[in-house]
Design a protein around this ligand. Structure first.
Ligand code: NIG
Ligand code: FE
Length: 414
């Protein structure tokens, strides 16, 4: 047993009541101004005011004492929605978009997601791993200690499996938890153009059974959007996934209000993501079903769309999580601090609500809240030290990371 004591920290942690923190509870943060965290074998064994933790600690048993010198300590970020597994960037497409061409038009012309599909299909597994590894490393430096990564740039069985193997390897070789999501229905590939139903047959009849066989994904996601997959197609895929033992989540109501939020509620999905265009009625259905809203403000920023109505959602009683959506098209950022800044400044979330959204609620959204997402005994000692008096520094110090140290399971990884 290795025991570590992290002393003299200003500790801020969401309160884990066993369910995602919704409505008013989202802004509740436990604070220890002069706090300490006790860690045994990478897990938190005690946390609280320094004197009280010290009083409960047999100092002779401690192998390492770390003085946090008054720095702010928060849980490591959980990024619950990324597409980080890809090779080439799409800078020229960004220029087109900035000059006014809509994102969905670029996709309809065979660019966008489909251009990444071409490059990922052609990439060797090693090259795909190396490109993805560098991005995950960037995320780690920016405080992400648990990450969800989706497939979805293969759109054929072999390439989807190649991506999921790479994602699995990232989790094994890098010092963070990686949660793999199968997103075979990310776009209709060119060889199935105008035959979306036949492609859905392939996803349901071949990809999902193969993934179940290999046990290589934990969730299944669908891009449900006008011109991509309909509500009925999404339901078919997600029901098949659930039968195969996968958790389900959905890209819902990003551009058009198709009713993806209502579908997520009907299926009891782990999350509904984006929700820029979701209606009040359908958001209410999510509240009733206890579905977490995963909001992606860096996507609204990059697409120049109105932000999701986070203030309204929290006031209506939803649990809101935040994610980067890191991908080469609509949101090229690995930075949770950037996302938190956008959430506070442009979506009117409080700094404490945003902290909960990027840690505890994000952990719930990907089924990881038992082991990460807050600083509570029994969970992993995943935490960050910030150069600032409180988590507010994340939004306040714009475009700059205040993170001075990143710990995963008690081990310093940055
Ligand atoms: O979440 N909406 C669909 N998928 C991604 C974009 C992926 C891409 O453009 O490569 C998103 O925004
Ligand atoms: Fe996405």
């Amino acid at each position: 047993m290795t025991a570590q004591l992290f002393k003299n920290a200003r500790i801020f942690s969401p309160v884990d009541a066993g369910i995602p923190a919704a409505g008013k509870d989202q802004g509740k943060i436990r604070i220890h101004d002069r706090g300490a965290l006790l860690v045994g074998n990478g897990l938190i064994t005690d946390v609280g005011d320094m004197d009280i933790v010290r009083g409960r600690t047999v100092m002779g048993m401690i192998d390492e004492v770390v003085d946090c010198r008054g720095r702010t300590m928060i849980p490591g970020f959980v990024d619950p929605h990324t597409h980080m597994c890809f090779t080439e960037l799409r800078e020229a497409e960004f220029e087109l978009r900035m000059a006014g061409t809509p994102y969905m038009e670029i996709l309809a012309m065979g660019g966008g997601i489909l251009s990444s599909v071409k490059t990922v299909r052609n990439a060797s597994e090693e090259a795909l791993f190396e490109a993805s590894r560098r991005r995950v490393q960037t995320a780690l430096r920016l405080g992400t200690t648990t990450i969800e990564i989706k497939s979805g740039y293969g759109l054929d069985t072999a390439t989807e499996l190649k991506m999921l193997r790479v994602i699995d390897r990232l989790g094994r070789e890098m010092p963070l938890d990686v949660v793999p999501t199968f997103l075979g229905a990310h776009a209709v590939p060119v060889e199935y153009r105008d035959r979306a139903d036949a492609f859905v047959d392939l996803v349901v009849g071949e990809m999902i059974p193969e993934i179940r066989e290999q046990g290589i994904a934990r969730f299944c996601d669908v891009f449900c959007e006008k011109g991509v997959f309909s509500i009925d197609q999404a339901r078919r895929i997600l029901e098949a996934a659930r039968t195969a033992g996968l958790g389900v989540r959905i890209h819902a109501d990003e551009v058009h209000d198709l009713g993806g939020a209502a579908l997520a509620a009907a299926l009891g999905a782990a999350s509904a993501d984006h929700l820029l265009a979701a209606s009040d009625d359908n958001l209410q259905r999510m509240v009733e079903a206890g579905v977490t809203a995963v909001l992606l403000p860096a996507t609204a920023y990059s697409l120049r769309k109105p932000y999701a109505r986070a203030r309204h959602m929290i006031d209506a009683g939803l649990a809101v999580a935040l994610a980067t959506d890191c991908n080469p098209g609509s949101s090229y950022t690995e930075s949770m601090p950037f996302v938190i800044g956008l959430a506070v400044v442009n979506m009117f979330m409080t700094p404490f609500e945003a902290l909960t959204a990027g840690t505890l609620n994000a952990a719930y959204a990907i089924g990881m809240a038992r082991s990460v997402g807050s600083l509570d005994p029994g969970k992993q000692a995943d935490f960050l030290l910030l150069d600032g008096d409180s988590p507010t520094i994340l939004a306040y110090h714009a475009g700059v990371s205040p993170i001075t140290a990143v710990y995963k399971r008690g081990k310093r990884v940055f």
